[in-house]
Design a protein around this ligand. Structure first.
Ligand SMILES: [Zn+2]
Length: 495
């Protein structure tokens, strides 16, 4: 059956208060599957020869069978988008499952609300060199949105079906520290595992001299001896940068990173024992310790020695990376840093550099893309949430003002989960004087962006239903906002 005939017939048959997502049409034999919505809900639609439609075992039918106009003997049925039906779809279309992306250039689109991925897919379809990571949440985000890995994977797949995406995509269990969460991520079929090493880094060592270290630490002499043997007086030069592995540097590297690297190795084996293929990212970003070029070399070399396979590495770059706003810091310093890290990455090979908190870091994107030669991973999440808040500001000012009040009232509590350098006292404690028409623009204010960014848990706890309803009713506008926002992100990645 021709795709065009099917679409024509669907439009002819279904009443005008039903919207069919045109890209969602997929075929399995003579059956056509598609996604549609009415004014309350989205559904899975099945169309095909009557006997075949009746035979298939999708559950929770929501409409009586509708004889199809224009194609005799065909009927249409609607079903709920529940987990049983999703499982059935995955059996029919196994290409819907996420998969590891390896060293391919990739971009993480965290979607805390479960409906932004559709716009992310529209964005990614226009790129031909970037693969998307669509389900991407940290434990912190899952607890604040009251979700789990299973839910976010399912939501991404429904978005993929809706938009008719057919290429590879990844699912990232982001910033995981403990094995119990890796287990949950494995059970949900995540394909990318991001280890947060921050609790195993010893940052106090940085401010100590070697004799202070010797006085303060119970050193593992055997380990130190081996590390000294490996690195002391090693002469490494990468693109004119000479790495000086003197006793002081080596001792510090061993003590700052030693435990974290041991843990990264342990987790790698933990994952390898349970999974055949997966993407493994080791992250050092959520710390105060800027990763020096020497440390980058040391980290990778140590991982290689212990045969730890990893696909990406998130370093801590100079400057401040606050969520949902542009980079704060010296652009030239960032450029110098990413330049040498890019060279190290290419020299050592086999992995890509990952940029976290990538939302709206537009000023460093060109330099990041250029110096990684376009082979990178970037993670965003907050920026898609903020576009949802912007939508509320533009279509329901009264509701938006309520959301602002929640964000303001819960600011001190919200701040506990995020490192943001912002004092509540400098914020306007009211947006009373802002005209309704100007409300969406206050989402461009760096301070208010951060206030709303960290408030997503508090807002969802109180107003999730109303917010989701608003987004559902204004879905196309939300997509337009997201597409506009990500166009800026991807334009900035051109170099
Ligand atoms: Zn991070």
């Amino acid at each position: 059956m021709q795709r065009e005939n099917i679409m024509n017939s669907l439009f002819k048959t279904l009443s005008e208060d039903l919207f069919i997502y045109p890209d969602s049409l997929r075929f399995t034999g003579d059956l056509a599957c598609f996604i549609l919505k009415d004014s309350h809900e989205k559904y899975l639609g099945i169309m095909g020869p009557e006997k075949l439609v009746r035979q298939n075992d999708f559950k929770d039918q929501t409409s009586s069978s509708i004889p199809t106009e224009g194609i005799s003997g065909h009927i249409i049925r609607f079903f709920r988008r529940n987990n049983d039906n999703l499982k059935k779809l995955l059996n029919i279309f196994p290409e819907l499952y996420p998969s590891p992306l390896g060293k391919d250039t990739s971009f993480g689109f965290g979607d805390r609300l479960g409906l932004a991925n559709a716009a992310h897919i529209k964005t990614i379809k226009k790129q031909n060199t970037v693969l998307p990571v669509l389900a991407q949440q940290s434990i912190r985000e899952l607890s604040k949105t009251n979700k789990d890995f299973n839910i976010i994977v399912a939501q991404s797949i429904w978005n993929i079906l809706q938009e008719g995406y057919r290429d590879k995509w990844g699912a990232d269990a982001d910033h995981i520290k403990e094995k119990k969460y890796f287990i949950k991520a494995i059970e949900a079929g995540m394909t990318m595992y991001t280890l947060d090493t921050s609790e195993h880094l010893d940052e106090e060592v940085l401010n100590m001299t070697n004799s202070e270290i010797r006085g303060n630490y119970q050193l593992d002499e055997e380990y130190i001896k081996n590390i000294f043997k490996e690195y002391l007086d090693k002469k490494i030069e990468i693109n004119g940068n000479r790495f000086d592995f003197n006793e002081d540097t080596v001792m510090h590297l061993a003590l700052v990173y030693g435990k974290a690297l041991k843990y990264a190795e342990e987790i790698f084996h933990f994952l390898s024992d349970r999974l055949d293929v997966f993407d493994y990212e080791i992250s050092f970003d959520e710390t105060n310790t800027v990763t020096t070029p020497v440390a980058h070399y040391f980290i990778v070399n140590e991982m290689r020695k212990s045969n730890v396979g990893f696909t990406s590495l998130a370093l801590r770059f100079p400057g401040t990376f606050e969520k949902g706003i542009d980079y704060i810091g010296n652009l030239e310093e960032f450029e110098r840093s990413i330049n040498i890290h890019g060279h190290i990455c290419r020299r050592l090979g086999g992995y890509k550099l990952s940029l976290h908190s990538g939302s709206d870091k537009l000023s460093i994107y060109p330099s990041f893309a250029k110096n990684t030669q376009g082979i990178f991973h970037i993670k965003t999440s907050g920026t898609s949430w903020l576009e949802a808040v912007r939508l509320a500001a533009s279509v329901n000012p009264v509701f938006f003002r309520e959301l602002f009040q929640i964000a303001f009232d819960t600011f001190d509590e919200n701040k506990k989960a995020y490192h943001i350098d912002l004092d509540k006292n400098i914020l306007p404690n009211s947006i009373k004087n802002v005209a309704d028409k100007d409300l969406p623009n206050i989402l461009d204010d760096q301070d208010l962006r951060r206030v709303f960014h960290i408030a997503y848990g508090a807002i969802l706890e109180r107003e999730e239903e109303r917010l989701m309803k608003l987004l559902f009713e204004n879905e196309q506008l939300y997509y337009d906002y997201l597409i506009g926002n990500f166009k800026k992100h991807f334009d900035a990645l051109k170099y």
